[in-house]
Design a protein around this ligand. Structure first.
Ligand code: DGJ
Length: 736
C-alpha cells in the first residue's frame, strides 16, 4: 500500500458541491471512499471481489504519511476474510453475526455477496449518495447498499435493497440496514432502557467479546423498554467535549435489533436493522425489499458535537418542518381527563387566550356514543363526537376558538380499538388478536391490523375526517397506548411472519397519504408517554412526547438524554401539576423545547398567572434560539447538584442558559461559576435574568457586559440554591 492507493481514494472522494455525472466505477480500479467534512469511510474490494471496510472514523489529512499508514493497515488473523465485510452474508465462509441471511428457493441457506459496481451522485449540494451493487455468483440475488453522506452535519444514513430472480420465493431470515466496523483498543456502549414514566435511562459499559444485543419485540410503540439510539465511545467513554464517539439510531417505528460484536481481532462490528424475531420475510421474485435507514454520526470532540450534528441534520433534512415554527398550547388532559362538556371547553378556550399561547388542544374523551369514551375502557375506534359532551360537534368548538382568537387542535389514537366499541363489533377481523387465545390488553385496548389495506383506509379517514369537521384544524396529537400482544393479522393469513414489518409499512402508508393531503399541519407523535420516537416517524411528525412523566426534575433527566439524539424543537414539554416544584421551576423546564401547558389556568393564583403569561412572552422572544440554535450541555445533572444547559443562535448573538437545582440535600446549589460554551470570544454580551417570579429579586444582577471569552473561560454563577431552584439567563450581544 502506498501513495497511489491514497491518491486513488481521494480521487474518488470528490468535493461536495461538485455535480457528479453518475459514473459506474469498479472497486479494483478505485477504492471506494465517502467523506463528510470531518469523517471518512473507505472500502476496498479484494481479488475475489469481496468488499471490505478498511477505514471508518475521523478524516485524516490527505497529505500526511500517517494517514497512508493508517488506511493501509490490515492487521489481524481473520482466516475467513469476512470480519470487515461491508454487509456480512450468512452461510458461506462467515463465522460471525450476519447482516443478511437468506434461504433460497431450493432450500440452500448460503449467501456470498460480491462487488459488482458503484456510483456516487450528489442529490443536493451538501449530500452525496453512494450506491454499491453486490450479487451472489451462484444464485440470482442482488443487494444494493446505500450510503447517504451529509457533509456539514457529518452524518451518514445507510440502508440496503434486496431483490432476487429465483424461481420461487426466497426467505429473508435476517435483513439488516447497516453493518459498521470500528477499530479501537476498547469500546464503551451507552444504551437506554425505560418503561412508562421512566424513559431514556442511560447505562454505560465497556463492551466485551461476544455479542451485545439491543432490541425491541414490542411491534408498536416499540421503544417503550428500549429505543434504538445508542453511543459507542472508542478507547474510553467520551465526555461532553472530548473523545471519539459514534451515535447511531435505526429509523424504524417497529421492532428493531442491534448487535455489537467484538470480533476475534478486537474490532467492533455493529449490525442494525429491523428485528428478524418472528419475521422471516418471504420475498417474491422481482420484488424489491428495502430496509429502513440507520443513521449515525461520528465525532472526535465528544458527545456534545455528535448531538449537535444529529440535531442540525434533523432540522435540515429529516424532521417535518424542521426549519419552521411550532405552536405553544394549552392541553386539557390533566385538567379535565374525560370529564368535560361544551361549556367547559369554551372556558378553556378563554384560558388559552388569556395565557397567551397559540392553541387549545382537546385531548381524549370527545367521542363514542354507543360506548361513550368516559374512561379508558370503552369507545376507542368510534370517532364520532359524543353527543352528550359535544352536542354541536367539534365544528362548534373550532368556531368558538376562531371567535376567541386561538387555534384548535385535537387528540386521536387511530391505530387502536377498545373491545367495548362499535368498531370492534363491526370489524372483529380488523383487530390484531388470536382467535383461539384469550385477549390480552394494555390499557384495555387492542391494536388494529395495519397490514390490512382496509384498516389503513379506516385510519386515514379517521384523521382526514377531523379536517373535514374543522378545515382550519391546526394540530393533531396522535397517541398510541398499547404494544402488540398475540401478534396475528387476520389479513395476512398464512404469511404471519410478515406481520411486524407490514404493520409498520402500513402505518407509513397512512402517514404518507395524510402528508400528501396535509403537508405541514403540526402533529405530535405521542405514545402513552414516550416510547415511540424515531427518525422515520419524524418525517411525518413535527414533535414527539418524551414522557407522561412531567415532574420537572425527572423531566430534566429525561429531556437531557433525549436531547443527545433529537432537537429541542421536536420535544413537546408540557407544564403540568406533577410534582412539588413551584410553577416557575416547571415552566423553566418546559421552555427547553416546545412549550405547552396542561394545568387548570382558572385556578392559578394571580401571581402564578402573571408569571405564566410573562413566561410565554419571554419564550416567544427566545424560541427561535431554542428551536434553531446550537445546544450545549454545561453541567450534567447526573454529576452535579445543578443542571445547566444553553442554546446559542447561529450568529452567536443571542443565547439562553437554563439552570436547575436537582439535588435537594442540605446546602446544595451552584458554588462555582458555570462556564458557557458556543459564544463568540470576541463579542461582548449582556447577561440578564428572566422568568423572575413576581415580587422576587433577580439572583444574577445584570452587569454592564462580559466578553464571550470571559463567559467561556471564567463563567458565571447562576446562584442556584434551594431558595432559587431555577434560574434562566438571557445572554444577548451588547448593542443588539
Ligand atoms: C396518553 C398520553 O400520553 C396523554 O398525554 C393523554 O393524551 C392520554 N394518553 C389520553 O388518553
Amino acid at each position: 500500500m502506498n501513495k497511489t492507493l491514497l491518491n486513488k481514494i481521494f480521487y474518488t472522494l470528490l468535493p461536495f458541491g461538485m455535480m457528479f455525472t453518475t459514473a459506474t466505477l469498479k472497486a479494483q480500479e478505485h477504492n471506494i471512499a465517502l467523506g463528510t467534512e470531518k469523517t471518512l469511510l473507505v472500502m476496498q474490494a479484494d481479488a475475489q471481489n469481496h468488499l471490505h471496510y478498511i477505514y471508518q472514523g475521523a478524516k485524516p489529512d490527505s497529505g500526511s504519511d500517517q494517514s497512508v499508514a493508517l488506511l493501509a493497515k490490515q492487521s489481524g488473523s481473520d482466516f475467513t476474510g469476512m470480519y470487515n465485510s461491508v454487509y456480512t452474508s450468512g452461510g458461506s465462509r462467515n463465522l460471525l453475526e450476519p447482516a443478511i441471511a437468506v434461504t433460497h428457493a431450493d432450500g440452500n441457506q448460503s449467501l456470498d455477496l460480491q462487488y459488482v459496481s458503484h456510483t456516487l451522485t450528489n442529490p443536493s449540494p451538501d449530500v452525496q449518495l453512494l450506491k454499491i451493487e453486490l450479487k451472489d455468483p451462484a444464485y440470482p440475488v442482488e443487494v444494493t447498499l446505500y450510503y447517504k453522506a451529509y457533509y456539514k452535519e457529518n452524518v451518514i444514513e445507510q440502508w440496503s435493497t434486496i431483490v432476487h430472480h429465483e424461481k420461487d420465493d426466497i426467505v429473508l431470515q435476517k435483513f439488516a440496514s447497516a453493518n459498521l466496523y470500528l477499530k479501537s483498543g476498547s469500546y464503551w456502549l451507552r444504551q437506554y432502557h425505560g418503561d412508562w414514566a421512566k424513559e431514556m435511562q442511560p447505562e454505560e459499559t465497556q463492551l466485551t467479546h461476544g455479542i451485545k444485543t439491543l432490541d425491541s419485540k414490542l411491534g408498536t410503540r416499540a421503544d417503550l423498554f428500549m429505543p434504538s439510539v445508542f453511543m459507542v465511545s472508542l478507547d474510553k467513554p467520551a465526555t461532553e467535549d472530548e473523545g471519539n464517539v459514534l451515535f447511531g439510531a435505526l429509523e424504524w417505528s417497529g421492532s428493531f435489533r442491534e448487535d455489537f460484536e467484538i470480533d476475534p481481532d478486537n474490532n467492533l462490528r455493529i449490525i442494525s436493522g429491523i428485528n428478524n424475531y418472528a419475521s422471516a420475510y418471504h420475498l417474491k421474485p422481482g420484488k424489491v425489499f428495502e430496509t429502513p435507514p440507520f443513521v449515525y454520526t461520528y465525532s472526535t470532540e465528544g458527545k456534545g458535537e455528535a448531538s449537535r450534528n444529529l440535531q442540525s441534520w434533523a432540522r435540515n433534512y429529516k424532521l417535518l418542518d424542521g426549519k419552521g415554527s411550532r405552536l405553544t398550547l394549552l392541553n386539557n388532559w390533566e385538567s379535565t381527563y374525560f370529564d368535560f362538556n361544551e361549556d367547559r371547553l369554551k372556558e378553556l378556550l378563554k384560558n388559552t387566550k388569556e395565557l397567551g399561547v397559540d392553541m387549545f388542544l382537546l385531548d381524549d374523551g370527545w367521542f363514542g356514543n354507543k360506548y361513550p369514551r368516559n374512561g379508558d375502557h370503552a369507545g376507542l375506534g368510534d370517532w364520532q363526537e359524543n353527543k352528550a359532551k359535544l352536542p354541536n360537534g367539534i365544528a362548534a368548538i373550532a368556531k368558538e376558538a376562531d371567535r376567541v382568537g386561538v387555534k384548535f387542535g385535537i387528540w386521536v389514537e387511530p391505530e387502536m380499538v377498545n373491545p367495548k366499541s362499535a368498531l370492534y363489533e363491526q370489524h372483529p377481523d380488523w383487530v390484531v388478536k388470536q382467535a383461539n387465545r384469550e385477549e390480552y390488553y394494555m390499557r384495555n385496548q387492542l391494536v388494529l391490523d395495519l397490514a390490512n389495506p382496509k384498516v389503513q383506509d379506516f385510519v386515514f379517514h379517521t384523521v382526514d375526517s377531523l379536517f373535514i369537521k374543522d378545515p382550519k384544524l391546526a394540530y393533531v396529537k396522535w397517541d398510541c397506548n398499547s404494544v402488540i400482544f398475540n401478534a396475528y393479522s387476520p389479513y395476512l393469513k398464512q404469511n404471519q411472519s410478515q406481520f411486524y414489518v407490514d404493520y409498520v409499512e402500513g402505518l407509513y402508508n397512512v402517514l404518507k397519504r395524510l402528508r400528501a393531503k396535509y403537508p405541514t399541519v403540526p402533529m405530535m407523535l405521542c405514545s402513552g408517554g414516550g416510547g415511540r420516537v424515531d427518525y422515520n416517524a419524524l418525517q411525518y411528525f413535527t414533535e414527539y412526547w418524551p414522557s407522561d412523566n412531567t415532574e420537572p426534575i425527572e423531566r430534566i433527566f429525561i429531556q437531557w438524554e433525549y436531547s443527545y439524539f433529537y432537537p429541542a424543537m421536536a420535544s413537546s414539554n408540557h407544564v403540568t401539576d406533577w410534582g412539588k416544584e413551584p410553577l416557575k421551576f416547571r415552566v423553566d423546564v418546559a421552555m427547553m423545547g416546545k412549550m405547552g401547558f396542561d394545568i387548570v389556568v382558572d385556578k392559578l393564583s394571580p401571581n402564578d398567572l402573571k408569571f405564566a403569561k410573562d413566561a410565554v412572552q419571554n419564550y416567544n422572544a427566545l424560541k427561535q434560539t431554542i428551536w434553531q440554535g446550537d445546544q450545549y450541555r454545561l453541567a450534567d445533572p447526573r454529576e452535579n447538584s445543578v443542571a445547566s444547559i444553553m442554546y446559542v443562535d447561529t450568529n452567536k448573538s443571542s443565547a439562553v442558559m437554563f439552570n436547575y437545582l436537582v439535588n435537594y440535600r442540605y446546602d446544595q446549589g451552584s458554588k462555582l461559576p458555570v462556564r458557557l460554551k458556543g459564544l463568540d470570544p470576541a463579542k461582548q454580551y449582556k447577561v440578564e435574568e428572566i422568568n423572575q417570579y413576581p415580587g422576587t429579586e433577580a439572583v444574577v444582577k445584570s452587569q454592564d457586559t462580559y466578553s464571550g471569552d470571559f463567559l467561556m473561560k471564567v463563567g458565571i454563577d447562576p446562584n442556584v440554591d434551594a431558595g432559587h431552584s431555577s434560574v434562566v439567563l438571557k445572554i444577548s450581544e451588547a448593542g443588539k
